[in-house]
Design a binder for this molecule. Structure first.
Ligand code: C2G
Length: 743
């Protein structure tokens, strides 16, 4: 007999629903039904359901659109099994989740599992947790701390059932804030819910979970802990198009937060542990978060209507919850209860004043003092009309389009502008530009007062564009790999990428595009609405210079590269999932350099160049005279000039190199993972790129040995590619851009 029902409400975002259903299909425990409760989806989901015909799934349609709480209630009412489990359609379970929950169940009212939060889909989540290094000592310490906290909860509620206190600790006390208090991840005995009339409050949009859970915790008599049964809750990294409830910015949220506590209280024993914990949660929200708004917000409501609203709710807290506050929290709460805003503001000033001073003294803020100077001092200074700030690849080098725009500006308007380069370390910059270190006081100063800013990656997150500033974003490559809003999943460092990008791209006045394809793609992937400069890439001007052979010879001499040999450049990109820390990526060289040296060394030398994100150094010991590591050379455009054959993978390098019409090979040994799991591509690599896809070192070597044949075989495709992607480049991009932006 089936003994479990999964209640799955759905309104929108079918791609998430697919993943949720797939996770159910993959469950090891299969003795369950699914009740899919449709809350008037704007799309037809029949095609999605076709792939899941083997699930025992019943669809229920709500009569009118009512929200998640109503869907869950409909699910409870329609449930015919002994147990039920709520799954939101944007989340998923693991293969073992249900078996772990059901393993030891014996008619308990509540079986509570673990909720894990992630920004990732299931495949990436699993890969991440498998890679997680488990530090046993650290684990032990965490476990000890956890036990201590549970013990202190048990001590404080020594009159109550310890099983109830443990469940309360795991599902409510431990979860920070209100949003994290959820009905998800647990198994409920259906009869227990129905007999106790435990349903969700349908007119609450954000906080019905905490009322439901508080009531369950109050009423349940038998509990079971199943910590290995994981529920995976996804955060949406595109809050602009697909906000989750947590990400919705709504006026109702504040009112609901207070009201949900008030409603829950009606069902709870005033002296009981659940009531105490809930009241303390609201006080904590006030004393940790709300006071920041009272202190700083431009919106008066935090000091008027919201202040009065929360005053009423907190004043009605259980006496014990108020009596046992720490001294510093009491200082904030007592004037609130008396409605004394001035008193509250005094207490806030005291708290923050004390905190700030302490942290400056501890030098915690040492590295961010320049930001304070930026906000409180530099932004108040007038903009300097003739100052231009340039930055390439987060000040790592002097290269890419900002370099060529800078040089064109110096030639076309000598002495007219004061040019400043944000650059770390020593680099040769002509025309005597002023250099400032990134993230320093001077950097913050020039960010604030420069009239023009020319960047090839994003501006710092703390930068705020001023009225009158002109921001020229050159970007740094034609997109092959999907970017920002076209990326379903963001697996690289910051999951808030989309949200941040949305704000940042609004600060760009100009965006440089190298071809019609980029122009179209940038509109969709960046949601960019400003002016597009369609002159080609300034960094590619050098590829059209009249004296490129001479330049190439000079560079070979400078780098000590033999002139009598042909050159192969290997310039791969980075992989989103392989990193040490923020902006520091791993790279494992998958080319057999020894073999290349043996088979190609007579005629060729190899130039190696890793992406600027890569922290690993390539080991070229034993390859002297054959392999040259040019990873720290500033400008790859110059390296193209001395390259006869270019090998890359998914790097935008080939779009630029194709301007030279020289052969390109693609070493795509991990294409399936890159395409399906990490990024996805805008163009079909199998049919649209101007060279063969190769999967082993042997294939790479063989292609180099037969490069003439390859060139012939790919001639037509190369030509089409050139017409499509190199059509704006004509050697004058920098000049045209300077004319349009500066003159
Ligand atoms: N680059 C380089 N050496 C490499 C790889 C890249 O010097 N081994 C430089 C090239 O100028 C390249 C640019 O860095 O065009 C961007 O690198 P990509 O590998 O394309 O990757 P990414 O930084 O993710 O940018 O729209 C394009 C994308 O944003 C790609």
């Amino acid at each position: 007999m089936t003994d479990l029902t999964v209640i799955l409400p759905f309104h929108d975002y079918p791609h998430y629903l697919k993943e949720a259903l797939r996770s159910l299909k993959e469950s090891q425990y299969s003795n369950f039904k699914v009740l899919l409760i449709l809350d008037h989806p704007p799309v037809d989901i029949t095609p999605v359901l076709e792939d899941f015909s083997e699930l025992d799934l019943k669809v229920i349609q709500l009569e009118e659109k009512k929200g998640t709480a109503a869907c869950r209630n409909a699910g409870i009412r329609a449930c015919e099994t002994n147990y039920l489990y709520f799954l939101d359609s944007d989340d998923y379970v693991l293969e073992s989740t249900f078996s772990k929950l059901m393993e030891n169940v014996q008619e308990q009212d509540l079986v509570y599992g673990t909720v894990r939060n992630t920004w990732n889909n299931k495949a990436n989540f699993i890969e991440k947790i498998q890679k997680e290094e488990i530090d046993e000592e650290d684990q032990l310490e965490k476990e000890q701390a956890r036990q201590e906290k549970i013990q202190s909860a048990l001590d404080r509620f020594s009159q109550s059932d310890p099983q109830q206190i443990k469940a309360l600790y795991h599902t409510l006390i431990k979860r920070s804030g209100f949003q994290k208090v959820t009905c998800l991840g647990n198994l409920y005995r259906t009869k227990f819910l129905v007999e106790n009339d435990l349903y969700f409050e349908e007119d609450l949009r954000y906080f019905s979970d905490q009322i439901f859970l508080s009531r369950v915790l109050e009423k349940a008599r038998t509990f079971l802990e199943a910590p290995d049964a994981w529920y995976v809750k996804r955060k949406h990294n595109d809050p602009i198009h697909e906000p989750s409830l947590d990400q919705e910015d709504s006026e109702d949220r504040f009112e609901e937060r207070c009201r949900s506590v008030e409603i829950a209280r009606n069902y709870l024993d005033q002296n009981g542990p659940v009531r105490y914990s809930l009241d303390r949660k609201l006080i904590r929200y006030y004393s940790k978060q709300m006071i920041r708004h009272i202190r700083r917000s431009k919106e008066e409501k935090w000091r008027t209507t919201y202040f009065e609203r929360i005053q009423k709710t907190i004043a009605d807290s259980a006496p014990q919850a108020l009596d046992e506050l720490s001294r510093s929290t009491k200082r904030l709460v007592l004037p609130l209860i008396e409605g004394d805003l001035k008193g509250v503001q005094r207490a806030i000033r005291w708290r923050f004043g004390k905190g700030k001073l302490a942290s400056i003294l501890k030098k915690k803020n040492k590295n961010t003092l320049y930001k304070l100077a930026y906000y409180h001092r530099y932004l108040k200074l007038p903009i300097k009309e003739n100052v231009v700030l340039f930055e390439t690849f987060m000040a790592k080098n002097y290269s890419d389009s900002p370099k060529y725009i800078y040089e064109a500006l110096q030639k076309m308007a000598p002495g007219k502008y004061e040019c400043v380069w944000a650059i770390n370390g020593n680099h040769d910059i002509p025309y005597g530009a002023k250099c400032v270190k990134r993230f320093s006081f001077q950097y913050a100063y020039y960010l604030a007062v420069s009239k023009y800013l020319v960047f090839n990656v994003r501006q710092p997150l703390w930068y705020r564009k001023r009225e009158g500033q002109v921001f020229l974003e050159t970007w740094h490559g034609t997109p092959l790999k999907r970017l920002v809003f076209d990326q379903e999943e963001v697996t690289s460092a910051s999951p808030k990428y989309k949200e941040q990008f949305y704000r940042q791209r609004q600060e760009w006045d100009y965006l440089v595009s190298a071809n019609p394809f980029s122009s179209k793609t940038f509109r969709s992937c960046f949601l960019y609405e400003g002016k597009m400069l369609e002159y080609g890439y300034p960094r590619n001007d050098i590829l059209y210079a009249p004296n490129i052979d001479q330049k190439a010879q000079m560079l070979k001499e400078k780098l000590g590269i033999p002139k009598d040999k042909k050159t192969i450049l290997y310039a791969p990109t980075w992989r989103d999932d392989e990193h040490y820390g923020k902006g520091e990526y791993k790279f494992t060289l998958a080319l057999d350099l020894q073999k290349m040296k043996t088979l190609l060394g007579k005629d060729y030398v190899l130039l190696l160049r890793t992406h600027h994100y890569i922290a690993d150094k390539i080991d070229t010991t034993g390859l002297e005279g054959f392999a040259y590591n040019l990873s720290s050379y500033d400008d790859i455009s110059e390296i193209y000039l001395i390259t006869d054959i270019c090998i890359t993978d998914y790097s935008s390098v080939f779009f630029d190199f194709a301007n030279l019409k020289r052969p390109i090979l693609f070493y795509t040994y991990d294409i399936e993972k890159y395409k399906n799991q990490l990024r996805g591509f805008y163009i079909d690599m199998h049919t649209e790129v101007p060279g063969p896809l190769l999967y082993t070192s042997e294939e790479v070597i063989d292609s180099i040995l037969h490069i003439d044949q390859i060139q012939k075989r790919y001639a037509k495709r190369y030509e089409e590619f050139y017409d499509r992607f190199c059509c704006f480049d004509d050697g004058h991009a920098s000049e045209n851009i300077v004319k349009e932006v500066f003159q």
